[in-house]
Design a protein around this ligand. Sequence first.
Ligand code: OMP
Length: 276
Amino acid sequence: MTFIDKLRNRWHAANSLLCVGLDPDPAKFPDRFVDDEDALFAFCRDIADATAEYACAFKPQIAYFAAHNHGEAALQRLIAHINGAHPEVPVILDAKRGDIGSTAEQYAAEAFERFGADAVTLNPYMGRDSAAPFLQYNDHGCVFLCHTSNPGARDFQELPVPDGSGGSEPLYQRIARTIADDWNGDGNCALVVGATFPEELKVIRDIIGDMPLLIPGVGAQGGDVEAVVRNGRTADGTGLMINSSRGILYASRGEGYAEAAADAARELRDAINRHR
Ligand SMILES: O=C(O)c1cc(=O)[nH]c(=O)n1[C@@H]1O[C@H](COP(=O)(O)O)[C@@H](O)[C@H]1O
């Protein structure tokens, strides 16, 4: 099954547009993991198992694993665990890759073959040939940065570029248009738009039709759930993977950390659904 089909099935089966972000930071782990050498894997496994029923996707962030010795092995085991225990929930590897074609081939093999992810986040900055090795895996998802959630998103992403008919448009709109009209020939593309830019989200939805959007920035970064759902949903009330990482992972440091994460995930899923 393709990434997009798996995602669509999950939106409906779980009645959820919530993406659970797996960004493990040992400094914030519950006390019981203090002397646990396998804490990265064990903590994320517990969170994934507790939140799977509320999730339309999981999004492990590679830096939180690769920063530690043996961390990538923990990530590999975590994705294998999710694929085995929760095969209906797609995994988006958040790696924001982008490089010349020959190197991009290696990054694509890393994401899809080594780690077994259903989709990967990508930086479109280096252009079509840098995306081609990922797009060729046409049953996998390519999730391109379009308008990011951070304040510095304005530095480049909003700069005007010629629109081809004598006017101009912001770069993020050109990215959205180019990917929707050109790169998405196999229907395996999605875009990242920060929850902190709801007006831009509305413009992007109008450009791209029903292409899925990954929306980080609710919770810890302050994005507004209602504005995101109102401006980003498709006509059938789907189309979104609204991510929360810290707001779910670190709901409690106590023994009930997994239950607290499940409660936080369920509450956010329900808050999203109230506005669909
Ligand atoms: O690609 C992403 O996931 C991403 C893009 C973006 O524009 N902003 C953004 O915060 N992210 C990621 O989304 C997650 C947000 O985490 P929280 O702010 O803790 O919910 C982190 O893993 C970020 O790396």
